[in-house]
Design a protein around this ligand. Structure first.
Ligand SMILES: Cc1ncc(COP(=O)(O)O)c(C=O)c1O
Length: 395
């Protein structure tokens, strides 16, 4: 068939050499997947079973990243989501329905709490927030209608490390699956499936991406029936991921080990230095005895990450705590952690359900890849702001 130039723009006969091999997985962009014939066209989401059907369910770039996460976490299958919070929402929307009861630790990542108290509540799901350190005591909170126990270890901001095996044993005794937000461990410093967890999720935005330039999430499971429920829900929720972001995450994986070990060493040195400072009442770093649940970290984790909190000694006003954070020159003020840049963020924690009322004295630090000595010097000079009278107008 002769083709006009207009048709050649769309249907080209140009050729290139075959056989290119790269060390880098290709970036496959695509919404439409082309089928070899009409009768085999399908819209099934499980491309491992039926072959490629639609970009929404992942191009080879996304499936490669998913397979690598599943391999690292020791799960059977991983589904990717546009962010960590989307991964949380996928699990909760896939597994819960009207009349169900959900257990969530009080130290949970705030948007997860908000999902429970807003959307899930509107859809008829009831949530009980529990003391993250209650361990086997969770048994008493499991009701007839409890359909999921959520864990996050360590917890957001207050960093409580949970007794996962005890929680899993109590939940499984009542037939309830356990999901874990495994973001802090990057999916590699805690073998969640070996501890009996049924579903893990990670914000790949954090350590896997590692450079503060992408948003992605993952949900990993071993049980095929959970995979079915999650995959079907992911399809109807339309949780597409960008192949370009997946490609960046695949690149991030290659340096994850060296970044994590450098960050671990630096964060530990800084946490220990902070522990000896008079301005600091407690360092909530899972690898230090001063962190609630440290014994479970020592028992279950193979290393530590760069995110931890400090509780300042009583005295400074809220304005002085903000002045301390603002006085830091190398630490930026920002939420999304685990990149190469150190961050500091002041919070207000009212307490309750096992969480002490730290008030405005809690500051979360993310340690990046700057020199440890420079970060310590920066903290040292910023502590001066805690003693200076706060600027008028501060809270
Ligand atoms: C523990 C934890 N889980 C989940 C998320 C959500 O990840 P994303 O920002 O990719 O939605 C975050 C983000 O800060 C987090 O800290």
């Amino acid at each position: 068939m002769t083709k006009s130039w207009q048709t050649k723009l769309v249907h080209s006969d140009a050729t290139i050499p075959a056989g290119y091999r790269s060390l880098v997985p290709a970036v496959h962009r695509g919404s439409t997947t082309v089928f070899p014939s009409s009768s085999v066209a399908s819209d099934r989401w499980d491309q491992h079973a039926v072959g490629y059907t639609y970009g929404l369910y992942g191009t080879p770039t996304a499936l490669e990243l998913a397979a690598r996460i599943a391999e690292l976490e020791g799960g059977g299958q991983t589904l990717l989501c546009p962010g960590g919070q989307a991964a949380i929402a996928l699990i909760e929307l896939a597994l819960l329905g009207a009349g169900d009861h959900l257990l969530v630790p009080a130290s949970v990542y705030f948007p997860n709490r908000k999902l429970a108290t807003t959307l899930l509540a509107r859809f008829g799901v009831r949530t009980t927030f529990y003391d993250p350190l209650l361990g086997a005591g969770i048994e008493a909170l499991i009701e007839e209608t409890t359909c999921l126990v959520w864990c996050e270890s360590p917890g957001s901001i207050t960093m409580e490390v949970q007794d996962l095996p005890a929680i899993v044993a109590a939940a499984h005794a009542r037939g309830v699956p356990v999901a874990l937000d495994n973001t802090w461990s990057a999916g590699v410093l805690l073998d969640a499936f070996a501890h009996g967890v049924d579903l893990t999720m990670q914000a790949l935005t954090k350590y896997v991406g590692g450079h503060s330039d992408l948003l992605l999430g993952s949900v990993t499971v071993r049980d095929p029936s959970l995979y079915e429920r999650l995959g079907a829900a992911r399809q109807v929720l339309g949780l597409a991921v960008s192949p370009d972001d997946c490609s960046l995450a695949l690149r991030g994986l290659q340096t994850l080990a060296v970044r994590l070990s450098a960050i671990e060493a630096s964060a530990l040195a800084i946490a220990r230095w902070l522990s000896a400072r008079p301005e600091v009442e407690a360092v909530l770093h899972p690898a230090l005895a001063s962190c609630p649940g440290h014994v479970y970290w020592a028992r279950d984790f193979s290393g530590s990450a760069g995110l931890f909190s400090i509780v300042l000694a009583p005295g400074p006003t809220k304005a002085q705590v903000h002045a301390f954070v603002d006085a830091l020159a190398l630490f930026h003020v920002g939420y999304s952690w685990a990149g190469v840049t150190s961050l500091a963020m002041a919070y207000e924690i009212g307490g309750g359900r096992g969480r002490p009322a730290y008030g405005h004295r809690i500051v979360r630090l993310n340690i990046g890849l700057e020199s440890t000595a420079d970060l310590i010097d920066d903290l040292d000079q910023a502590f001066g702001a805690l003693r200076r009278p706060a600027a008028p107008g501060g809270g």
